[in-house]
Design a protein around this ligand. Structure first.
Ligand SMILES: Nc1nc2c(c(=O)[nH]1)N[C@H]1C(S)=C(S)[C@@H](COP(=O)(O)OP(=O)(O)OC[C@H]3O[C@@H](n4cnc5c(N)ncnc54)[C@H](O)[C@@H]3O)O[C@H]1N2
Ligand code: MOO
Length: 411
């Protein structure tokens, strides 16, 4: 291991140190289900109904009683049942009822025979296949019973959850209040998009990356803009951010250069929990506590800022907002197609393209140059190639771990 990576803490240790310190917000609000996408449930959702609410047909066909089928003769039609218009009338022995999918099953019906297993015979219907009792009947409450908890607290509401709530006739849901997150970029070289660049200047991309990810996570963003490399200005930004937010996220100035003041500010205005991780990119990431808020200092290099937000800040925000399930997709094994350059010492998050190989196995290709300034590597990639801390170069054909991108990175 390189000597200058020896004292760095591991990603797991860093995550654990962060998560151990924080507890979820316990403030909630009630929202219409139409405005609750992306939010986290603050309490279990209890079903007020049985689903389905009544026994109904799974097929277009004929509702029958088993005794009427026993003689093997065609059955006359006693009437019809539609979804929304149940059968009402007499059902004499030796008859069946025409029934459509979703229609309430008439009282006494023991099975529904799908249309394709019947034939017209004179005025009646003949059944051409074996019928078993109960077939094609969807029973009341077989999906959800009245009083069941259909969603636990801590569930992120999306297209799998909100329609479920709607199907129960529930119009409002109790969710955790949005996290307030203050963000700013630091650096004299930074210009906002839309301004011309003078010599030595670059555009501020990190604030935009962080903002987009926070929007997708349903956070309320307090954007303090670009802060110059000046301790006074930086102190003012820290104080305002801490006053207004639950979490403060800066980018840049966390390394050891002469204009890198972020860590000193954290030391002065709060308490540092850790600084410098054995990950690449993202080594100088800093985490700590201010008077009122949690602080995350992202490194200035754009890939480093995105990787540390994704790998460290995202789980922190998930825990604060009470989210129960993991924020990151599980890792999988894939075969490297291309050579991957790697120096032992830090866990490496290279950007890759994962696909299915000829024999069905996952295979992964590097996006090329892995410098922490090469942001285009993200737009080409669909996963991280996660290379263990002690590993050296990877030759084509070797197995590696990949972590598919989640929705924050377009996965
Ligand atoms: N002597 C050492 N130098 C550096 C080390 C080290 O361990 N020893 N670590 C390197 C690593 S790794 C990283 S990552 C960077 C982190 O530096 P800072 O967080 O202090 O960031 P800056 O110096 O302010 O900027 C680094 C780089 O990124 C550009 N940048 C900054 N902010 C933005 C932004 N909002 N949008 C786009 N680009 C940004 C900046 O211009 C620099 O090029 O330190 C290494 N150095
Ligand atoms: O950690 Mo830096 O983020 O390697 O470029």
């Amino acid at each position: 291991m390189e000597s200058f990576t020896a004292g760095l803490i591991s990603l797991e240790e860093a995550r654990q140190k962060m998560l151990d310190r924080l507890s979820p917000l316990n403030e909630s609000e009630t929202l219409s289900i139409y405005s609750a996408a992306g939010r986290i449930t603050a309490a279990p959702v209890i079903s007020p109904l049985n689903v389905p609410p009544f026994d109904n047909s799974a097929m277009d066909g004929y509702a029958v009683r088993m005794a009427d089928l026993a003689r093997g003769e065609a059955l006359a039609l006693a009437g019809k049942a539609f979804a929304g218009a149940p059968f009402s009338g007499e059902w004499p022995a030796g008859c069946c009822i025409r029934i459509m999918t979703g229609a309430p099953v008439p009282d006494g019906a023991e099975a529904v025979v799908m249309q394709e297993q019947t034939a017209a015979e004179g005025e009646g219907i003949r059944f051409t296949a074996e019928v078993s009792a109960g077939q094609n009947i969807r029973r009341a409450g077989e999906d959800i019973r009245q009083g069941d908890s259909v969603l636990a607290a801590g569930v992120r509401l999306g297209a799998a959850e909100l329609p479920l709530i709607a199907s129960l006739g529930i119009g409002e849901v109790e969710v955790v209040r949005r996290l307030r997150v203050a963000i700013f970029s630091t650096g004299d070289e930074l210009q906002p998009v839309g301004q011309p660049l003078a010599a030595g200047q670059i555009y501020d991309t990190n604030r935009f990356t962080v903002r987009l990810m926070l929007d997708q996570l349903g956070c309320e963003v307090i954007d303090l803009g670009i802060i110059r490399d000046d301790p006074q200005a930086l102190r003012a930004a820290f104080v305002q951010a801490d006053r207004e937010a639950d979490v403060v996220i800066s980018s840049g100035g966390v390394s050891v250069g002469e204009a890198d003041y972020t860590k000193a500010m954290l030391d002065e205005l709060g308490a540092i929990t850790f600084w410098k991780l054995a990950i690449k990119p993202g080594k100088p990431f800093a985490f700590g506590r201010l008077s009122n808020s949690w602080f995350c200092g992202l490194p200035g290099n754009p890939v480093s800022a995105a990787v540390t937000f994704y790998q460290l800040v995202q789980p922190l925000l998930a825990k604060l907002s009470g989210q129960q399930h993991a924020a990151l997709p599980p890792r999988q094994r894939a075969r490297a197609v291309t050579r991957l350059k790697k120096t032992p010492g830090r866990l490496d998050f290279q950007r890759g393209v994962v696909s299915r190989g000829a024999e069905g196995e996952l295979q992964v290709t590097s996006t090329g140059h892995q410098g922490s300034h090469v942001f285009s590597s993200f737009s080409q990639a669909n996963c991280f190639i996660v290379l263990e801390r002690e590993r050296g170069h990877v030759e084509p054909g070797e197995w590696v771990e990949i972590e598919p991108f989640n929705v924050l990175l377009g996965g």
